[in-house]
Design a protein around this ligand. Structure first.
Ligand SMILES: N[C@@H](CCC(=O)N[C@@H](CS)C(=O)NCC(=O)O)C(=O)O
Length: 210
């Protein structure tokens, strides 16, 4: 498999973690988002929404959308599971994952910042404040959804929510979000990054890291 990925992309980070947890090997094909390679015609043919990640399977099928890719991986390589089998537990894990994937990430994306700057006069400082605001709101909601006790968000092993959380926390560190109000989340992050599957997926461990 080939993973079209950018080292700092949190959605690519999610897929790298899942591939590693499942023990699936892949080659990285770097897509430099800052250089605009996601908008090149041959790349748009792979992913019409002009974004990473794309996972190209051995038969050439291109899968897009990180959560859809994770769902596919969980179906073809069920161990370890990314979601609980119990419907109620599953809904709770998905809700936390969606706080990151649906509520935080889309409003903080590179293309949104570029548009707000070019069309609405935001400065880089305005944009950073904007991102931090939505991360703080989203991380507070994520933390409020968690049960007390488990090492990871919902259990003794990492799941889909932890994958989304750890990737998002990379961005939170990068932009200087105050994480003091989120001790439960930073504890989960420490436990996750101590695992080799998460460590290997870290942005700084990617071949295109600068
Ligand atoms: N919902 C998509 C979002 C993909 C996405 O927007 N990825 C970002 C990087 S994390 C990207 O490629 N952005 C390109 C841009 O903003 O131009 C997914 O989960 O795969």
């Amino acid at each position: 498999m080939k993973l079209y990925s950018y080292w700092r992309s949190t959605t690519s980070y999610r897929v790298r973690i899942a591939l590693n947890l499942k023990g699936l090997s892949y080659d990285t094909v770097p897509v430099n988002l800052v250089a605009g390679q996601q908008r090149a015609a041959d790349y748009v043919a792979l992913n019409p929404i002009e974004a990473v990640p794309v996972l190209v399977l051995a038969d050439g099928t291109a899968l897009t959308q990180s959560l859809a890719i994770l769902d596919y991986l969980d179906a073809v390589a069920p161990q370890p599971p990314l979601l609980p089998a119990d419907p109620l537990a599953r809904a709770k894990v998905l809700a936390a994952a969606h706080v990151v994937a649906m509520d935080i990430h889309p409003v903080n994306n590179l293309k949104l910042g570029a548009r707000l700057k070019s069309e609405h006069g935001l400065t880089q400082d305005d944009w950073v404040a904007w991102m931090k605001h939505w991360m703080q709101k989203g991380l507070a909601a994520y933390q409020a959804l968690l049960p007390e006790g488990p090492v990871f968000s919902f259990g003794a092993a990492p799941d889909l929510a932890d994958i989304c959380l750890v990737a998002q926390l990379y961005n939170a560190h990068r932009w200087g979000v105050d994480l003091a109000p989120f001790p439960r989340l930073t504890k989960i992050e420490r436990a996750a990054l101590a695992l080799p599957e998460f460590d290997a997926a870290r942005p700084e461990n990617q071949p295109d890291a600068e």
